[in-house]
Design a protein around this ligand. Sequence first.
Ligand code: AMP
Ligand code: ZN
Length: 505
Amino acid sequence: MSDASTNAAPLKLFNSLTRQLEPFQPVHAGEARVYSCGPTVYNYPHIGNMRAYVFADVLGRTLSFKGYKLTHVINITDVGHLTDDADAGEDKMEKMARAESRSIWDIAEHYKQAYWADIRALNIRQPAQWTVATEYVPQMIQFAEKIAPQHCYELDSGLYFDVSTVADYGRLARAQTDDGEGRIEAVKGKRNAADFAIWRKTPAGEKRQMEWDSPWGRGAPGWHLECSVMSGQVLGFPFDIHTGGIDHREIHHPNEIAQNQAFCCTNGLDLPANSGAKIWMHNNFLVERSGKMSKSSGEFLRLQLLIDKGYHPLAYRMMCLQAHYRSELEFSWEGLGAALTRLKRMYKAVAVQLSKEFESAGQPVDSTRAYLPIPTEEWEVADETGVLTEFLEAISDDLNTPKCLPLIEEVLGDKMISHKKRWHLIATMDQVLGLDLLKLDRADLRIRPKGVELDEAEIEAALLARKEARAAKDFARSDALRDELAAHGVEAMDGDPLGWEWKLG
Ligand code: AMP
Ligand code: ZN
């Protein structure tokens, strides 16, 4: 983007540390370094988890769009995350490996791949680096060795961080109660209720599948330690932005911050720079009333379930974008259906624009759009109606995607703008929203639900035959074809404004 339009709307982001909107001022000129807490790969991610990455993706796309050189890191937690955020419970990975009678490494690989499939399906851009926790254990031990003398103490069960050794512990959570937010199950010998393990020793006589030698005995790193180490190692302290779901604002991130403060070795300790990241951002939750989100429920809400039911994954992305990331978003199938319809409308409008563009250029309509250039950042977009400025203002205002979506619709419906300009504007806006408006066709959104015995080619052939029959005014044949389709559970949709043509009855 040109400097002018970027400067016209400086980026403001809500910093959970200060609970305020703050202008984005990069630590390194022209760069943006972002770390997002990634998944614990002991199970499939649910769609709530994926909301966290859609949010981080929109943040990253916005930073890139504004011309910052983005370095985005997402970690993969394959060790150390306990079933309880406190220091009670077992390692999620160990537990799943036992339940499935597989090695932890198998489990981690399988669910990492499943997570990456969801990342691709949601058109989330690849980060610069995926950091895998088990690949950073030596660095974790070094980090712990550095902070241990002043900030940690050893118990039989492990090495613990003494939260009273850093200033303002828990400021991020805004809950500095004596009992550590009332959440910690007592571990005998802990100095403060909120103290947490940064190294967990393997109990005598036991063997874990994943364990390493350390100065505190054989064992495994604590989950909070992992993120401090991987973010600091790859991005350098302080980096710009740390993201995660709002649950992390309460325990995981305050603990990361405490470790980062200790590692940065300052006495004042209270400077945001010593928190590791300047800005901490949190997405609110996707909520679902019936409890299907929970991974412990039999059929939980994962992206594949949506696809199996015939919803394109980008409909879920659309659903996320329709809500501000800091608002709770309630999941419902009706809501998902509405998001899908909105997406269909957009794709259809883009297709209409495209065919006009092709026609005016005297070219045949190419449904693959293969030879159409995707406008790049350098393309000058003449913002004659001011809609792009509005878009920039909205996205720069703490990523207000719900305000951006109607602007796309406005452009698509504005007959005063030339097709070419419209094409450019849509391309520009979609760089930020990532709905793949230029690449996908509405037909791509049509997914046959799993378990429905139908051949799509047959449906299309029957619909074509029916169209021909109607054109030839052979209504008896047209009706017969419609009935035949209906007998197979397919409803022919005459005059569907979205041009969908058929749906499953
Ligand atoms: P986990 O794999 O449990 O560490 O979670 C991965 C990410 O998903 C974290 O950033 C969580 O904060 C986030 N998260 C968990 N549940 C939800 C939810 N229902 N809605 C939005 N984000 C969530
Ligand atoms: Zn983390």
